[in-house]
Design a protein around this ligand. Structure first.
Ligand code: NAD
Length: 437
């Protein structure tokens, strides 16, 4: 089989490489010439563990290629996947569908025989029907089907998530399109992956319902963490105590500075807007969005408090700026709220991130970027641990104390244990557990 993947970002590149691993012939298309150039030179434009080997292997086998030429790439494809961005529209929070609709029009101009046009991007209910309308209008002569196939991979573990998913969701009204999609995902039948076959609208809604549910779970445990601090309870024990109940589940009960990243913030907001438009408001999700926004902003206050209420002229060593480890994605990362708020209070920021630094430099002016963890700590009054990269999990606190002005750690990811930190001679603030001064 032959497919084209339109949009070669975190989702398109991983999905394209994984389909080629299944034996499908894949052309990944992007309009960003720099990205395609790099890929054709054998470079991977994003940080995603294992992606370089997977891409190199399938390029070598002749199953995976990269192109700027959308029309040529879709001409012989059995299916064309739209995996372009759907960011928040400026001003109102609706998903910006201009890239999706633009791609649909270009695809329509390029296809010849029967082709299934699949939306992999996260798109609001009704988008698939609009994609069909655009194609029909642009090319009344051509036979095609439309399907929704939302993607659930997570940055940082994207390849494993794609190759061994909890489920695959396929929404379409067409038997012919369904057969093509089944054939593409056939390799996953061997590992008995559940396939949810449904309508276009349902598939589109499943993706938003999943992401908003997860964002709600995170927000719930974050609020429980705040309460734990007030009453002297330990949020990790609470999470364990509730998570062992199979109806609740253990995952996504880790407290922190608020969810960020390229999906949860924009998807929660977009679902809120869709629900309002249809006169069926999702008040839980509206509240989640509001709580999370405020939480991210309030995290700087914790750091100020740990510094005795004043950071003016003090050096803060920030470890990690990406929204989670194992990615270079900076979109809506809590660090984008926390660092400017500290700078506004007069703090001097030194920072280090193992993969996100290049992207972060453009977004966080005035920060001194360091080459490694210990260089970051030089002369600092406090460490602010914002992302739980592996290399921040076993710090040499003796060395840290020697480098720093005062031994203070604000651990917004609860990587460390309050007792151990007391032993290491650090004043320690974390989330949802008693702090040690
Ligand atoms: P991204 O910004 O990394 O990549 C999108 C790419 O599409 C860019 O390289 C852009 O140049 C390209 N593009 C835009 N219009 C194009 C066109 N007409 N022709 C060719 N290329 C075009 O985005 P992403 O993170 O991969 O997300 C893509 C979609 O997948 C979004 O809807 C997102 O919500 C969804 N999603 C993302 C993740 C994730 O973890 N990033 C997970 C699941 C779903």
């Amino acid at each position: 089989m032959r497919i084209a993947m339109i949009g070669t970002g975190y989702v398109g590149l991983v999905s394209g490489a994984c389909f080629s691993e299944f034996g499908v012939t894949v052309t990944c298309v992007d309009k960003d010439a720099g990205k395609i150039d790099r890929l054709n030179r054998g470079e991977i434009p994003i940080y995603e563990p294992g992606l370089d080997e997977l891409v190199a292997k399938n390029v070598k086998a002749g199953r995976l290629s990269f192109s700027l030429d959308l029309a040529a790439s879709v001409a012989d494809a059995d299916a064309v996947f739209i995996a372009v961005g759907t960011p928040s529209r400026r001003g109102d929070g609706h998903a910006d569908l201009s890239y999706v609709y633009g791609a649909a029009e270009e695809i329509a101009r390029g296809i010849n025989d029967y082709t299934v046009v699949v939306t992999k991007s996260t798109v609001p209910v009704g988008t698939g029907r609009e994609v069909a309308r655009i194609i029909r209008k642009t090319r009344p002569d051509v036979e095609f089907g439309v399907a929704s196939n939302p993607e659930f991979l997570r940055e940082g573990s994207a390849i494993g998530d794609f190759l061994r998913p909890d489920r695959v969701v396929i929404g379409t009204d067409s038997d012919r399109a369904r057969a093509v999609m089944r054939a593409l995902y056939r390799p996953l039948y061997l590992i008995e992956t559940p396939i949810v076959m449904t309508s276009l609208e349902t598939a589109e809604l499943i993706k938003y319902a999943a992401n908003t549910f997860l964002a709600t779970k995170i927000t719930f445990i974050n609020e429980i963490a705040d309460l734990c601090e007030k009453v002297g309870a330990d949020v990790h024990d609470v999470a364990k105590g509730i998570g062992l109940d199979g109806r609740i589940g253990k995952k996504f009960l880790h407290p922190g500075p608020g969810y960020g990243g390229s999906c949860f913030p924009k998807d929660t907001l977009a679902l809120v807007r869709t629900a309002q438009d249809y006169g069926s408001p999702l008040r839980i999700v509206e509240t989640v969005v509001d709580i999370n926004d405020k939480r991210k902003k309030s995290m700087a206050d914790r750091i100020v408090e740990a510094c005795g209420g004043d950071v003016d002229g003090k050096t803060i060593a920030v470890l990690g700026v990406t929204f989670k480890p194992n990615t270079d994605d900076m979109r809506d990362s809590p660090s984008l709220d926390i660092i400017p708020a500290l700078q506004a209070k007069g703090a001097v920021i030194r920072a280090f991130d193992p993969a996100g630094q290049h992207e972060a430099e453009k977004l966080l002016p005035g920060v001194t970027w360091c080459g490694d963890t210990y260089e970051t700590l030089e002369g600092a009054s406090v460490i602010a641990l914002l992302t739980e990269w592996n290399e921040f999990r076993v710090l040499d606190f003796k060395r840290a104390r020697e480098l720093m002005k005062t031994p203070v750690l604000v651990d917004l990811r609860n990587v460390y244990n309050p007792d151990d930190m007391e032993m290491a001679g650090f004043a320690y603030t974390c989330v949802g557990r008693p702090s040690r001064y």
